[in-house]
Ligand binder design. Structure first.
Ligand SMILES: C[S@@+](CC[C@H](N)C(=O)[O-])C[C@H]1O[C@@H](n2cnc3c(N)ncnc32)[C@H](O)[C@@H]1O
Length: 367
């Protein structure tokens, strides 16, 4: 897919925002930033765990399966047995089974939504109704509740790192409300990853979103399963290259999302990440990602098992409207510069996973 057009947030690679290598101290947050972060947290907290039947009845069930396939492929490509994994914005722990299959050695999950972390805890413990078939995960885990884009996670997790792999799925765009938060997100990940460590993720593709917005008549566009509505202050549909943060829209996805989100111009994300010692391995729109990895036999088999595009028994597949939603996202991989220290072996500090995570084990962090 062709990236970039002059003057758009997804525009040319030359970003003109002022870099701030000194850190984020000078970018003070105002109250509205905190209110929006709370809105996002409350929205996700309020979403209850679905039963298998409810899930299968979802109008976007095939999209959910497709997203799970994309995350599984990323995990299979980059997770290695024994890896220490940091799952930023882990949600309800929807990827725990994927991590178990990858035979990771240690897992730390963090999310701002209290309800989601509680669901993640019960899922990990094997108590959740819909996980009856899987009672126990093989890796030890720790769960935290807090704003990953505001707090200093390197301080909170000083004894847990360094991590081999960080995953931030469908969430990094919530850091893009201000430059300070975007920087905090990247600084946290960079500080906790070992040299050569990998960040895998998925987030909205600003190129696609801005293009669709410009093609739309007014401030809103969408289809039967989603809509996106930009704020009035974006009405001229021009975005200054000098202010690539805080471009807000409201995103509604049936049976999944209904909260404020922020445009992440990918070239700005890439250059900001470089300031925090990351190099881009790849970024692909999810359509391109599916096209490329579906050709690989092991991932084709996985797709058939998940049934996103139909399987031998059930021929139902993504609707065109669900496929359009897939196009709104991209998958990316970044590598932290440097070589791993071969003498530094991560040790199982937390013991094994015989002990379930108790409510009081969840650490709540505030700034
Ligand atoms: C679309 S969900 C994805 C959850 C999970 N990563 C997955 O793929 O299943 C987005 C998640 O980001 C979390 N989130 C949003 N802002 C956050 C923040 N500032 N700090 C931590 N988590 C955040 C939400 O609570 C929610 O669980």
């Amino acid at each position: 897919m062709k990236r970039g057009h002059q003057g758009s947030p997804s525009g040319p690679p030359q970003s003109r925002f002022k870099p701030n290598p000194e850190g984020d101290g000078e970018f003070l947050e105002d109250e509205s930033t905190k209110i929006y972060a709370r809105d996002v947290a409350d929205h996700y907290s309020a979403r209850t765990n679905q039963t298998l039947e409810e899930r299968e009845a979802s109008p976007i069930i095939h999209l959910k399966k497709l997203n799970n396939w994309i995350k599984s492929v990323l995990i299979q490509l980059y997770a290695r047995p024994g890896n220490a994994v940091l799952d930023l914005a882990c949600g309800k722990g929807g990827d725990l089974i994927k991590w178990d299959k990858a035979r990771i050695g240690y897992y730390v999950g963090i999310d701002i939504a209290e309800g989601s972390i509680e669901d993640c805890r019960t899922r990990y413990n094997g108590d959740a109704d819909q996980n009856q078939r899987r009672k126990k995960f093989k890796f030890p885990a720790r769960l935290l509740c807090g704003d990953c884009f505001e707090v200093r996670l390197d301080r909170e997790l000083a004894d847990d790192g360094p991590f081999d792999l960080c995953s931030c799925q469908f969430a990094l765009h919530y850091s893009w409300s201000t430059e300070a938060r975007a920087r905090r997100a990247l600084a946290n990940i960079s500080a906790l990853l070992r040299p050569g460590g990998i960040l895998i993720g998925t987030m909205p593709d600003a190129n696609v979103i801005v293009k669709k917005f410009r093609e739309a008549e007014g401030l809103e566009f969408g289809n039967s399963v989603y809509w996106i509505r930009f704020d009035e202050d974006s009405a001229d549909k021009k975005f200054k290259a000098s202010s690539p943060f805080g471009i807000r829209y409201k995103f509604h996805l049936e049976d999944a999302v209904d909260c404020p989100e922020w445009v992440v111009p990918f070239h700005v994300f890439k250059s900001l990440a470089e300031e925090y010692d990351f190099e881009l391995v790849f970024a692909k729109n999810n359509h391109q990602f599916v096209e490329e990895y579906l050709k690989k036999p092991e991932f084709g088999d996985l797709m058939r098992r998940l049934g996103a595009l139909g399987d031998t028994h059930d021929k139902s597949t993504l609707t065109p409207d669900e496929w359009e939603v897939a196009y709104l996202y991209l998958a990316f991989v970044l590598r932290k510069r440097g070589q791993p220290d071969p003498t530094q072996k991560w040790s199982m500090k937390k013991g094994d996973n015989d002990t379930p995570i108790k409510k009081e084990d969840i650490m709540y962090i505030t700034s």
